[in-house]
Design a protein around this ligand. Structure first.
Ligand code: FE2
Ligand code: FE2
Length: 159
């Protein structure tokens, strides 16, 4: 069965197609570390919170635990993005604008996904995990990795 989800980003009008929902495990691996202690700690926590949403979905019949877990996740996403932006701003990093822009898009996608009435709860939870992997984790490994592996967090050459 082909699993894919289309969501439209309100700001960019971009269609985002997510697929590959069959493998929904999302666990921290050491290879995800980008080398900044605070950022890595928060990334690890974000993946853990996605796992909690999925665990709540499996055990909860009325959805309250799922909503609570999602609320905790969303608050932590906001906090994490703000922490990164504060860090980059304090360091006068040239990566701040791209981070701000991507964070805004990711928050909108998350909101769109969660408030979509087209999706049943079960599908929604599964797609949350896919979003975590295909959108959030990808941001960690590309945009975040570039920002925190560049000056002034790292020297331009070697370390
Ligand atoms: Fe991040
Ligand atoms: Fe980021």
């Amino acid at each position: 069965m082909a699993e894919s989800l289309h969501i439209k980003n309100k700001e960019t009008k971009e269609d985002i197609v997510m697929s590959g929902a069959m493998d929904e495990t999302i666990e921290w691996k050491e290879e995800y570390a980008i080398g900044n202690e605070m950022v890595d700690r928060e990334h690890r926590e974000l993946l853990r919170l996605i796992g909690l949403i999925m665990a709540a979905a499996e055990s909860d019949q009325c959805g309250d635990a799922v909503d609570a877990a999602f609320g905790a996740f969303r608050r932590y996403v906001d906090r994490h993005f703000q922490d990164e932006e504060d860090l980059l701003e304090a360091a006068e990093s040239e990566h701040l604008p791209i981070q701000r822009a991507e964070h805004r898009v990711l928050k909108q996608e998350l909101e769109t996904l969660w408030t979509s009435e087209l999706l049943g709860d079960e599908t929604k939870i599964r797609e949350m995990a896919v979003w975590g992997k295909q959108r959030l984790l990808r941001h960690f490994l590309t945009t975040d990795a570039r920002a925190f592996n560049d000056f002034p967090f790292r020297e331009k050459e070697g370390n």
